[in-house]
Every structure is written in structure tokens, then in C-alpha cells.
Design a protein around this ligand. Structure first.
Ligand SMILES: NC(=O)c1ccc[n+]([C@@H]2O[C@H](COP(=O)([O-])OP(=O)(O)OC[C@H]3O[C@@H](n4cnc5c(N)ncnc54)[C@H](O)[C@@H]3O)[C@@H](O)[C@H]2O)c1
Length: 438
């Protein structure tokens, strides 16, 4: 089927937009432009994703049902369609490999696809999180190679980091100030205008592409380090028999105390992006001390929590073959996103102790959990009575059910409970339950 793109008279720009990569980031961007009246091609290499989107289904839950389909929005995995666009937004994954080095395969693959569709005058904007310099040093050569055009002359590039927070209904693509950058002043002007047509919170023009790339990566690095600090405090306070949340609540009464809480740092952003920065830093001869040390603290939290669970089971005199129920597998609450879940660190450390674990998560796709982590998601009613419950990811369902659910999952309604995100009301802890908070 050949689809013709027309542009709306009402728009403040005349660019024909293609979004490449329709995941958590790309889909809301595509829908937002389409909602504003722009003609948009939503391109993804994942046929299942395209089929679902064509049927109005967004499995990430980022776009409301009924808002996925728009007359001016075409979903496709046919790269030929991209030739109709002249403004490309690339939002493909930028993970790390097993050695924690940037894995740019999707970014370079998408650049090749876009390059094959490029025409003189086109603009390519990257939204994927990268290290400073990646757009110009890695993506432009890939675009040039595939298009036989010259970057900066025949076509230009920009970078505009994405700052959405999955599951967060308040901070949306349109309501977050958009940092934009361009290879030259004219490109910057067009990029600002295009994003300005949909982002109501305002546009911030960064002086260079590298600046915009660096700004994104430090936003998440800063969060990672702040969480590492409270995680380390939690390790100290546990040994001192002080409740970390009590300390944080007291300290937070000071006007300039930063409110961070301890926890597992999973997902594809906060636990990953700092490695993009440290990789680049090492390339230019500086071995980061603080950033990597924070990463180590955060990466070790899962096994520390598991060992804490074992200590409590032993202290409680739990018999042979204890069973531990873990609630939640996603990287954070109220999303189905399993990427880089650190809950699996808890499971594997417990299994190393020979402890039987079972996990329940109402939000995840069980087949994906099996494929990704070899973990079987157990239905709530099929969970065996447990000696300990670890409330790892406090989805709304768990919070609403509260202590009643926890008690039901424990053998004889007593035992060990680890509340990793301080989601249970401590004052209501039932008799016979030994509660520990991270
Ligand atoms: N999810 C977030 O909260 C968030 C927030 C800010 C920034 N980011 C960054 O945005 C980027 C995208 O993240 P995401 O969470 O949307 O990823 P995602 O995995 O949800 O979606 C990426 C999509 O890109 C598709 N894709 C992969 N290779 C492709 C290719 N060569 N051509 C076309 N499509 C391709 C995949 O099929 C997938 O549908 C990453 O760099 C991420 O770090 C993510």
C-alpha cells in the first residue's frame, strides 16, 4: 500500500516527520505530533509492535487506549515509506553490552535505515541517550555512508534528549521542557520550531549537540549517584541498627536536604546511562572514580538484600527448605518494563543459598519474564505459603492490598517481611511479623 503524506495548514512548521523506534520514547512522540495535526510515519523494525499499534494497542501503557490511532499517523515496518519524510526523529534503544560498554548497534542500524531514505535538506534528530560526541562521531558517518550525502552540507543533524519517566502521567513529552540542539543555527531553528509545535513546557536551545548529549547523560548519572549515597547510608545504618527511612525523614526537615531513597537501580536509563559517560571519559584518558563507585554500590544492592533475608530467616529459626516469595519483577512500580530488572539479583543470590524462591508480578508478560530471565511468574493463588515475603516492587495492586496480602502469603501469617521501598505502613505491622526496610 502506498501512503501519501500531506501536511496540515494549521501547523507552525512544514516538516514531514518520521519517528524511528516506537518504544516507550518514540510512540508518545509520534502520537503527540499526530495529535497536533502533523502527518507522521511511525517506523519500527518489530513487526509485532507495528501490528499491535495498528490495532490501537500500546503494550508499554504510555499512550492511552483510543489515542494510539490517528488519521495522520501511519505505523509501518517498511523503510521505503521513510522517503516521504524530511524530518527524522530516532528513538531506538542504547543499551550496554555484557562488559558494560555502549552497545550502539540499534543506533547505527537505525542510522543506516534513515540514511537510505535521506534527501538533500533533510534533518535527523536523535533522541536516544548517548555519550557526548556520539551523534556527530558515530551517527553522521553512518548516515553519510548509507545516503552518499554529506553531513552538514546536504543534510544536517540535531540532538534532543528525551526526559520522560515511564508510568508518570504528570511529566509527559509535551509537559517537560525540551532541550534541543542542532548542527548549525538554521537546523537549530527548525528543530526548535518543530518541537515547539507540540511541547507546551518550552524549548531550551543548547549551544552544541555535545552539550545536549552530555546534559541528558548527567541527569541520570546524578540520580544514580544520589541513590548510591542513600544506598550506602542504608548499609551503614543497618549495621548501626538505625532505620534509614527514619533518618531520611528527620534530615529532610532541612531546607536543602535532597530527598532520595534507597533501592534497587534497574531499568534501561539510570543504571545504564552512567556507563555511556564513563566509557567516553575513559576514551579521553580519565578513569571516573565517583561515578563508577556509585554504580558498584547500586549494582550490589540485590545480593545484599538477599543476604539480609537469609540472616533474618536464620535469626527467626526458620526450618529447612525455606520458601521466599518475591513481589514484583519490573524495574520500577506500575510499569510492565522488565529491562535490566535488578530483582533478579535477589532471586539468584537466594538461589545460591539453596532457598526456594517464587515470584509474582501482575504487570509483566510471563513469556517475556521467562525468555529474558528464565523466571516463571506464579499466579497469586498458586503461590506456596512462604517463610519470607520480599516486597520488591510496590505496584499499586500490592500497595492497595497492603498487610492483608502480605499476611496471606506467609505461612501461618507470620514470618519475615522485607519492604524495599517503604511501601507498607510500619505502625500497622501485624503481630509475629519481623519487618525490615531498606
Ligand atoms: N524509556 C525511558 O524512560 C527513556 C527515557 C529517556 C530516554 N530514553 C532513551 O530513549 C531511547 C529509546 O528508549 P525506549 O525506552 O523507548 O526503548 P524501547 O526498547 O522501548 O523502544 C525502542 C524501539 O526501537 C525499535 N528499534 C530497535 N532497533 C531499531 C531500528 N534499527 N530501526 C527501527 N526501530 C528499531 C525497537 O523495536 C523498539 O520498539 C534509549 O536511548 C533510551 O535510553 C528512554
Amino acid at each position: 500500500m502506498v501512503c501519501r503524506l500531506l501536511w496540515s495548514e494549521a501547523l507552525t512548521h512544514d516538516r514531514r516527520i518520521a519517528i524511528v523506534g516506537l518504544g516507550y520514547v518514540g510512540l508518545p512522540v509520534a502520537v503527540s505530533f499526530a495529535r497536533a495535526g502533523a502527518n507522521v510515519i511511525g517506523f519500527d523494525i518489530n513487526k509485532t509492535r507495528i501490528d499491535e499499534l495498528e490495532r490501537g494497542i500500546d503494550r508499554t501503557g504510555e499512550v492511552e487506549e483510543g489515542d494510539v490511532s490517528h488519521a495522520s499517523l501511519i505505523y509501518s515496518c517498511d523503510p521505503k515509506l521513510l522517503k516521504q519524510a524530511d524530518f527524522f526523529i530516532v528513538s531506538v534503544p542504547t543499551p550496554i553490552d555484557a562488559a558494560r560498554r555502549p552497545d550502539l548497534r540499534a543506533l547505527l542500524g537505525a542510522s543506516k535505515t534513515v540514511g537510505e531514505a535521506l534527501k538533500p535538506g533533510d534533518i535527523v534528530v536523535y533522541e536516544s541517550t548517548v555519550y557526548p560526541g556520539a551523534t556527530e562521531d558515530e551517527c553522521v558517518p553512518a548516515l553519510e555512508k548509507a545516503s552518499s550525502l554529506v553531513g552538514g552540507k546536504d543534510f544536517t543533524v540535531g540532538y534532543s534528549p528525551e526526559r520522560i519517566n515511564p508510568g508518570d502521567k504528570e511529566h509527559r513529552f509535551e509537559s517537560i521542557v525540551k532541550v534541543v540542539s542542532g548542527q548549525d543555527p538554521k537546523t537549530l531553528e527548525i528543530v526548535s520550531k518543530v518541537y515547539g509545535s507540540v511541547v507546551t513546557a518550552g524549548i531550551y536551545e543548547a549551544p552544541t549537540i555535545k552539550t545536549a548529549e552530555a546534559a541528558k547523560v548527567i541527569e541520570n548519572t546524578q540520580r544514580d549517584l544520589n541513590i548510591a549515597l542513600v544506598n550506602e547510608l542504608s548499609l551503614i545504618f543497618d549495621r548501626l541498627d538505625i532505620d534509614t527511612h527514619d533518618v531520611l525523614a528527620a534530615a529532610a526537615t532541612k531546607w536543602n536536604f535532597l530527598k532520595f531513597t534507597p533501592g534497587l537501580v534497574g531499568g534501561h536509563c539510570i543504571g545504564v546511562d552512567p556507563y555511556y559517560l564513563t566509557h567516553k571519559s575513559e576514551q579521553v584518558g580519565y578513569h571516573p572514580q565517583v561515578i563508577l563507585s556509585g554504580r558498584r554500590v547500586n549494582d550490589d544492592m540485590g545480593s545484599w538484600i538477599a543476604r539480609q533475608c537469609v540472616r533474618m530467616l536464620m535469626k527467626n529459626g526458620t526450618g529447612d527448605n525455606p520458601v521466599v516469595t518475591v513481589l514484583g519483577l519490573t524495574f520500577k512500580e506500575d510499569v510492565p518494563d522488565l529491562r535490566n530488572s535488578r530483582v533478579v539479583d535477589i532471586l539468584s543470590e537466594l538461589q545460591r543459598f539453596g532457598i526456594k524462591t517464587q515470584i509474582h508480578d501482575p504487570r509483566v508478560d510471563a513469556a517475556e519474564a521467562r525468555e529474558e530471565y528464565g523466571v516463571d511468574i506464579v499466579a497469586l493463588d498458586d503461590l506456596d505459603p512462604a517463610d519470607a515475603v520480599i516486597l520488591a516492587v510496590p505496584h499499586r495492586e500490592f500497595k492497595d492490598a497492603g498487610w492483608a496480602l502480605i499476611k496471606d502469603l506467609l505461612m501461618q501469617k507470620t514470618g519475615v517481611v522485607l519492604d524495599l521501598k517503604n511501601a507498607l505502613e510500619r505502625a500497622s505491622t501485624p503481630q509475629g511479623i519481623d519487618l525490615w526496610r531498606l
